[in-house]
Design a protein around this ligand. Sequence first.
Ligand SMILES: [Zn+2]
Length: 244
Amino acid sequence: MPDYNERYRRQMMMKDFTPEKQDKLKNASVFVGGIGGLGGATAAYLACAGIGRMVISHYGNLTETNMNRQLLMDINRVGEPRVDIAYENLMKINPEMKLEMYNVRLDEEKAKELISGCNIAMSARPNFPERLAMNKACVDLNVPMVEAAMDDMYGYLFTVIPYETACLACNMPENDKDWKELGFGVLGAVSGTIGCLAAVEMIKIITGHGEPLNGRMMHIDFMKMRTVMPKLKRNPTCPVCSHK
Ligand SMILES: [Zn+2]
């Protein structure tokens, strides 16, 4: 067994980050929807922080174009399922973690099945149908979800606290038909930054450490290094979260 006090000593040295908070991470179960440039950073830092159980969905095999941003991958294993490569690398970070990997795309049913039993979820899916499916599953299961995305030199994240703050469908109830999966540029450091912010937000919510985003969206313009934090309003006619 690991020496918890030693491994997590540096984070337990943070002001007010008590051993009880560390235990909350150990007892937490998280869902990470995607381990590419964005979700891969989230998963790695959650593993580092001592999360007890992680469930991951990510579809597809490694291609050379993934390597400019996906730190959990391995250039020598192009063509292999990314969940297999990520599994081995996450286990090197935190071998005590219970880790479940699913090489699947998410629809509502699959999302519900995988997120059920998790305390919090993070969405980094590369397309709107899967994001909306995760959003619906999290609202229905009453599981908080960090929604994180990036495009070119811009990134955003917000947290859905079901029935308290706006969900994804409050502002974007339908698939954007003009949007093409993988049809935009990505700088690895940008996707990684947003993924790290999502990990911070999840750790805060799990442990009760600090203040979560609480209905605000963090939008970062990396071209100008500017951040704005608009409030997101709940939609009283939202097809997903207005019924309660
Ligand atoms: Zn809603």
